[in-house]
Design a binder for this molecule. Structure first.
Ligand SMILES: Cc1ncc(COP(=O)(O)O)c(C=O)c1O
Length: 382
């Protein structure tokens, strides 16, 4: 639905749509590639956060490739970034090994047993495959357990290891989530405390994602110092970071529209052409209240509304939000920072229409990249 309402900021963009702002993505990539060069490390994109593959050629010009959590992500990296993937998955299926070997350069296993059961098979299909093990540093500063890979009893990563199996050349850890360099420093201390004895025997370490390097107040010089001093202690090691959020952090919005306004005895509800559960699931899972342009979260103010999703799930709603003016049917709602962990997590629950995917290029022109239709819904079912 396009909109000529005078309050509309983006009249030329049909609603609903995820809209990437390419100049913001480039600004993030420039920051990340400076860190990479100054610290002397490699930075790869974690697809789980952002897999808008039409941008992969651009990302590939700034970063060292990408990391996958599955065969399909690895294939997407090979096809659209034209490079071999790093892959970590909590478990591998034996019937996917041959295909994975064709599109991957590095495989990280979650247990020694997984390495022993699949490593030899990977080597049959790619003799120069690199193998790593995911270890758990046993320390993190993440409040929500849903996102805490180092919570007590976590299944992710080996908590202690006296020696490395033959053929393993790297260690991987991931215990950050939207954290800063000071938290990383403390996680690194714990990692070294547990695993320093293994480091002389490997060639590379991957310090995972969760480094929110592109957030405005992130202390980049401190991160570079932490990385450089690690490299001084272990000059033989190649160091890799694999952030996801940091690449797509604040690089665009979800444009939605008000389709109806429902008044109940206790609240007014704007019924939208998007769904929180289907299109912004982290709002309900985490949970968090996204920023909305020209509105504030909370019930202070004259024009306060709850926001209702278009699915029939009772909890598909968020709010209240206070707007600058009374809202009407047809008004635009701009959800900020809706590019990472959105498109990759959407569903067509209830058969709801999936928002378009588009971008605003560096010259300010909007391009519709993908529109979804009935056959996208049907093809996932049988
Ligand atoms: C193994 C691994 N690497 C990288 C990432 C990317 O993390 P983020 O998007 O927070 O940077 C994740 C996120 O869950 C992860 O599990």
């Amino acid at each position: 639905m396009s909109n000529n309402n005078q309050n509309t900021i983006y009249p030329l963009i049909d609603s609903p749509a995820y809209v990437l702002e390419e100049n913001r993505l480039i600004a993030n990539l420039e920051k990340l590639s400076r860190v990479r060069d100054e610290a002397g490390i490699e930075i790869i994109l974690a697809l789980k956060a952002f897999a808008m593959w039409s941008e992969f050629p651009l990302i590939g010009r700034y970063l060292n490739g990408a990391t996958a959590s599955s065969l399909y992500e690895a294939k997407l990296i090979a096809e659209e970034m034209k490079t071999l993937a790093h892959v970590y998955a909590p478990v591998f299926h034996s019937d996917e090994i041959e295909e994975l070997a064709k599109v991957s350069q590095t495989i990280v296993f979650n247990s020694v047993q997984e390495y022993h059961s699949h490593g030899p098979e990977f080597l049959r299909y790619r003799s120069d495959m690199e193998f790593g093990l995911r270890v758990n540093p046993g320390y993190s500063e993440i409040e929500t357990d849903l996102y805490n890979p180092a919570a007590i009893g976590s299944r992710l990563g080996i908590p202690s290891l006296t020696e490395l199996p033959q053929g393993v050349t790297g260690l991987h850890m991931h215990a950050l989530c939207e954290n800063n360099s000071f938290t990383f420093e403390r996680v690194l201390q714990s990692f070294e405390h547990r695993f320093a004895h293994l480091l002389p025997h490997i060639h590379w370490v991957n310090f995972g994602g969760g480094h929110l390097i592109t957030q405005a107040d992130y202390d980049i010089p401190h991160l570079i110092n932490v990385l450089k001093s690690f490299k001084q202690r272990y000059p033989h090691l190649k160091v890799i970071l694999e952030p996801g959020s940091a690449i797509a952090w604040q690089t665009g919005f979800l444009k939605a529209s008000v389709l109806d306004i429902v008044e109940t005895p206790v609240q007014k509800i704007l019924i939208l052409d998007v769904s929180f559960t289907a299109h912004m699931p982290d709002c309900l899972e985490m949970p968090y209240n996204p920023a909305i342009r020209k509105a504030n979260y909370g019930s202070e103010g004259k024009f306060v509304y709850q926001l209702g999703g278009m699915s029939c799930l009772a909890g598909d709603q968020l709010g209240p939000y206070s707007f600058e003016r009374a809202m009407d049917i047809g008004d635009e709602i701009i959800f900020e920072d809706m590019i990472h962990y959105t498109m990759v997590k959407t569903t067509m629950f209830n058969g709801v229409r999936h928002p378009d995917i588009g971008k605003i290029d560096v010259d300010g022109n909007y391009h519709l990249i993908r529109r979804f239709n009935y056959s996208d819904f049907k093809q996932r079912l049988s």
